[in-house]
Design a protein around this ligand. Sequence first.
Ligand code: NAD
Length: 252
Amino acid sequence: MTLRLQGKHAIITGAGRGIGKAIARKFLLEGARIVVCDIARDRLETAASELGELGDVYALAGDVSQASFCDQLVQYATSVLGTVNVLANNAGIALFAPFLQQTEADWDRTMAVNVKSMFLLGQRVARVMIEHGQGGAIINMASTNGLLGERDLVAYNASKGAVVLLTKTMAIELAPYNIRVNSVAPGSIRTDMAIEGGVDESFVQAYLQKIPMRRHGAPDEVANLFAYLASDEASFITGDAVVIDGGQISEE
Ligand SMILES: NC(=O)c1ccc[n+]([C@@H]2O[C@H](COP(=O)([O-])OP(=O)(O)OC[C@H]3O[C@@H](n4cnc5c(N)ncnc54)[C@H](O)[C@@H]3O)[C@@H](O)[C@H]2O)c1
């Protein structure tokens, strides 16, 4: 059986836990060689040693909102992997506050981590892909919150909306180089980020009524979609925002 990501060399951001770690695991199982990064060094080291049992994993800790770290990460990836032909821009944060109370600092940090990082890394990785002349795939993590509003998440929603249009613009400009750029828009996925939002069980039960499939998604389900979009099977898909939400935003 041919593995779908055999011969692919990928960078995955925010891979210390949650969906990013699931993407890293799936990419390895599909034959990719990977570089993982996370701002939380201990978390990254633990994840990398677990993932190392599945294949070639290299780890670099740092903050993807910093241009200097993005430079370092892409240089490191090209030196250990030879080239980069897949970028999974997954790292993101969600800071909860009502619109009237959200601080300027929270707004700036959310935009820097959730949007600027994808611009910075996307630009750097695309330059490497163009230099190698073999195309590539970039997948940016958006959210259903980038397509519809949700209370108490104003900066997060605005950042994820920006990811959707950053992606479409990158897709248009990078298409001549056979670089496909898509975003993924998950609904509610059960991860530490979702739990840190401070949800109680009665809220969770009420929330599930808004999802036609009556359950949260699992990180592995989102990782499967990333693997598909990274693979050559998705060769004519670019510029899309692919929703994975159990039907949540299909129902009024
Ligand atoms: N969990 C959900 O329901 C859900 C839904 C839609 C979209 N998403 C998006 O999926 C992505 C992953 O979410 P998750 O639920 O796995 O979150 P998570 O908090 O469990 O994991 C995110 C990881 O990113 C890392 N990170 C944060 N800031 C970083 C930075 N500046 N540089 C490098 N690494 C950084 C964190 O340390 C963490 O390990 C995020 O972009 C999130 O917005 C999540």
